[in-house]
Design a protein around this ligand. Sequence first.
Ligand SMILES: [Zn+2]
Length: 141
Amino acid sequence: MITATQGVQVTSACGVCGGVLVRDLGRFIDRGLLRWGAEGRCRGCSDAWCETGTGPAPWEIRQALLAEHGAVRLRAVAGDAGLVPVLRALRETYHLSPAEARLRAAELSGAGLVGTSVEMAYLAEGLRRRSVATTLVPVPA
Ligand SMILES: [Zn+2]
């Protein structure tokens, strides 16, 4: 079940025939996993492929999504629960070391973490499961 999705279509020259290559790049949450996908097809020849994966998206996909849709900023609202649930959610979501999780947690409760809307929605969901309230706002371009 896909619960959040964001996509962008980009065109470039086909490496096979020089025609117009159309690529659909996207980020989505499927059955609780953060995934990315890329699907390409050429309008001039039969060149076509499809790739997908979990975890961090390839740089190019991330940049294309940020350019098309902008970034969002996620902040954790410090509650009575304190830092521990934030650290647990970060470690579960990103498989971070304790030291890395502490750095991210400090950012999250300070200036906030910035990313694509699906990435930040995924982290917000992990925090919500740990009863940590969050705010999500668009980053002005
Ligand atoms: Zn082609």
